[in-house]
Design a protein around this ligand. Structure first.
Ligand SMILES: [Zn+2]
Length: 319
């Protein structure tokens, strides 16, 4: 049986839920579609992630506006992926913040990633004609970037934890309230996308650094909000386990002189019982295994995904 390409057949609307995590801290989750958030400062807003198009972003902003009318000073983007950044123009933010590497990745492969993600997940691109072009950050950092929220609200700390889901992921951390927005570095009850990842760094030192914050509420890139220290630990453990199983299965085939197709079949078999029913599992796995195979081959940086390469890998592994 031929599986429809990536998420191209996924046309069912997801239910969005706006959750108030603490006074002035908001998360919008959507049954496995990309999560977004917002944090109130004394007289301004920080938005976290921008969705795939300005039209999609405006729907989120309309819901946020039921809670606050403060102007948006900062838009923080956790990494360069198109479904997180191309809605940026809808926010009218004074400052768009990313990690240094994210700016480089947008310059290097932003256009290819846009075409790739549009073909993989067309449903997320509501009115794609509303996208004015690539999103460019106006402020970047290498290690930490602190936003003073004012009015006794403490700081919002943006931090780099090492290479992970991409080369330039950041997390947003509210130390007073122990709330973290982790982007795609952590998924909670959703499958991982690792097609642009550094599996060995991510599954070890990077997740160690994420865990060391000691968050008690965590909004991952997709899936439900993780609540309580235990819930956060479970989400991080799930992310680590998914990566560990991939490293074990792809590593075994790679070391043993097997083929990429065997690595895919073994990884699928090992992950499917626990993760098979989670959002985007089937969609992601061919791209994930392909990247990990390259990583084990010594290809340091992920090969750029293009719409054509996506189709070729899909046909090789999922058909
Ligand atoms: Zn991503």
């Amino acid at each position: 049986m031929v599986k429809p390409f990536a998420s191209s057949a996924d046309r069912g609307e997801k239910r969005q839920s706006l959750e108030v995590l603490a006074e002035g801290v908001y998360a919008l989750t959507a049954e496995g579609d990309p999560n977004v958030g917002a944090i109130e400062g004394e007289d301004f807003l920080v938005c976290f992630e921008a969705l795939a198009t300005p039209v999609a972003a405006r729907e989120w902003l309309a819901r946020l506006r039921e809670h606050t009318d403060k102007p948006i000073r900062y838009l923080v983007l956790s990494h360069y992926h198109a479904v997180r950044v191309l809605g940026a123009s809808a926010f009218g933010a004074d400052v768009i913040v990313t990690h240094d590497k994210t700016r480089e990745l947008i310059a290097e492969r932003g256009a290819e990633d846009w075409a790739s993600e549009y073909a993989r997940m067309p449903r997320l691109f509501k009115e794609p004609g509303s996208i004015p072009g690539l999103t460019w950050p106006t402020a970047t950092f290498s290690d930490r970037f602190t936003i003073a929220l004012g009015g006794g609200r403490g700081d919002l700390v943006l931090a780099y934890c090492g290479r992970g889901h991409t080369e330039g992921d950041l997390v947003a951390w509210l130390p007073e309230r122990r709330i973290m927005f982790a982007g795609d570095l952590v998924e909670s009850q959703a499958a991982l996308y690792t097609g642009d990842a550094f599996h060995r760094d991510w599954s070890t030192t990077t997740l160690d650094r994420v865990a060391a914050f000691g968050a008690e509420t965590l909004v991952g890139g997709r899936g439900a909000v993780a609540r309580g220290a235990r819930g956060v630990e479970a989400a991080i453990a799930q992310t680590r386990d998914f990566l560990a199983v991939m490293l074990r299965e792809v590593g075994r085939a790679h070391e043993g002189g097997g083929t990429l197709k065997e690595a895919f079949a073994n990884t699928h078999r090992a992950l499917e019982p626990r993760y098979g029913a989670w959002p985007i599992f089937e969609h992601c796995l061919p791209f994930n295994v392909s990247r990990l195979w390259d990583e084990l081959d010594g290809v340091e940086r992920p090969v750029i995904w293009t719409a054509e390469r996506d189709r070729a890998v899909w046909e090789q592994l999922q058909s």
